[in-house]
Design a protein around this ligand. Structure first.
Ligand code: SAM
Length: 383
């Protein structure tokens, strides 16, 4: 996991980096069969890095994981080409310095605006291999500028959607790139007025869903789940990480990585709150030690609620399928796209339902958990 020591005062980046590291660690062995893996970082930085080796940056973390995966594949007798395309507008000289001397990864650097280099990168990568594209700007970009890259086959994408900006401006004409982004899926020309009437969680969900659906539409993606990253010291959303994949396996890897990232967020926020309390009271706080989560902490509550509602949603899907039932794969992919629950957690819950007689599962035999092809339906008693 990224070293927490480098993230004091920029804890949100730790959540993002924990996700990227876990995602790459789990996904790289699966996509190595493509022969080439390409990492694209359109807003690469380095930005606020505190570590000489840049292992607290998105590109630094990617390089480490790519190198490890390449070595592991070599040990198994497979050769995988690792390639990186990195774009940076303001800190290019530092980026050049940071990657100088790396020889086991083919690195292409671009000085200037991501919007101006995206097409060239897309052409250079060509049709071969698998690509993971990170789009992590400081503000709100116009994603249609990156549509060729995003829409390419065998790709997955992670976009940082600056929710706090979006929330402030989505109902106005003041941020044209955001207007273009959300209007791709607007149901009518008055969508901004409609948005202006929403508040709180309903508004947050509507804006986020529009952003997710528009990205899925630009790239032709089946799944576009998101992670909510909070401000370090306030119970408020700062940004959303939206992930695009066309594959069930990608969705599974995403929810596993999210689970870890949100647990890191939860313990980090609990720790900061406890430290503040002990500074104010002058007394030591029980929760100020590392890794302790305060009950009721926002992201812990979010995870708990998401897991509960995810299980409910699975049961509703099974119920709606009637006596014919549906495959386990259909159940879990539908749920994981919308709720922060891992496939493993959902599978164990489903096994419990089976053992309690609530659902029936085809060819169960001595199975301990459902597999993708098995058919699930409500049991005769509950139908
Ligand atoms: C949020 S930071 C990226 C952080 C990095 N992804 C990480 O997690 O370590 C955004 C970076 O984009 C750069 N930048 C700003 N506008 C840009 C543009 N139009 N094209 C490329 N880079 C840009 C900034 O200089 C900054 O380094």
């Amino acid at each position: 996991m990224p070293d927490k020591g480098f993230y004091d005062g920029r804890e949100q980046a730790l959540v993002k980096h924990t996700f990227i590291e876990r995602y790459l660690r789990d996904q790289l062995p699966k996509v190595s069969r493509f022969g080439t893996f390409t990492f694209v970082d359109l807003f690469a930085g380095p930005w606020k890095s505190r570590c000489e080796s840049y292992s607290d940056t998105s590109f630094g973390i990617a390089m480490i994981q790519m190198r490890l995966a390449k070595q592991r594949q070599a040990d198994l007798g497979h050769s995988v080409r690792m390639v990186a395309h990195l774009v940076e507008k303001e800190n290019f000289a530092e980026l050049e310095m940071a990657v100088a001397g790396i020889e086991d990864i083919e690195i292409h650097l671009y000085n200037g605006r991501a919007e101006d280099h995206a097409s060239t990168i897309h052409r250079k990568i060509g049709a071969d291999g698998f690509r993971f594209i990170v789009i992590d700007p400081k503000g709100i970009p116009d994603p249609t500028k990156f549509s060729e890259l995003i829409a390419a086959p065998n790709s997955e994408v992670l976009i940082n959607f600056m929710f706090q900006f979006a929330n402030r401006f989505a109902h106005t004409e003041k941020m044209p790139p955001l207007g273009r982004w959300l209007s791709l899926v607007a149901s009518n020309s008055d969508w901004q007025t409609d948005l202006g009437e929403l508040t709180g969680q309903e508004r947050e969900d509507r804006i986020t869903d529009m952003a997710r659906e528009a990205l899925a539409k630009i790239g032709g993606y089946d799944f576009a789940p998101s992670i909510t990253v909070d401000e370090a010291d306030a119970d408020r959303t700062l940004y959303k990480l939206i992930y695009l994949t066309r594959h069930a396996l990608g969705l599974k890897v995403f929810r596993d990585a999210q689970s870890l990232a949100l647990e890191v967020q939860s313990s980090m926020r609990s720790e900061r709150k406890a430290k503040k309390r002990s500074q104010t009271s002058g007394m030591e706080d029980l929760f100020a030690s590392e890794g302790v989560v305060v009950t009721g902490e926002r992201s812990a509550k979010f995870l708990e609620r998401g897991r509960r509602l995810g299980k409910q949603s699975a049961l509703q899907t099974i119920q709606a399928a009637g006596s014919k039932g549906l495959t386990w794969k259909k159940v879990w992919t539908g749920v994981l796209d919308d709720w922060p629950i891992t496939e493993k957690e959902l599978a164990w819950e489903c096994s419990k339902w089976k053992n309690d007689g609530l659902v029936q599962i085809s060819d169960w035999g001595k199975s301990r958990r459902p597999n993708d092809a098995q058919i699930i339906s409500m049991s005769d008693l509950t139908l």
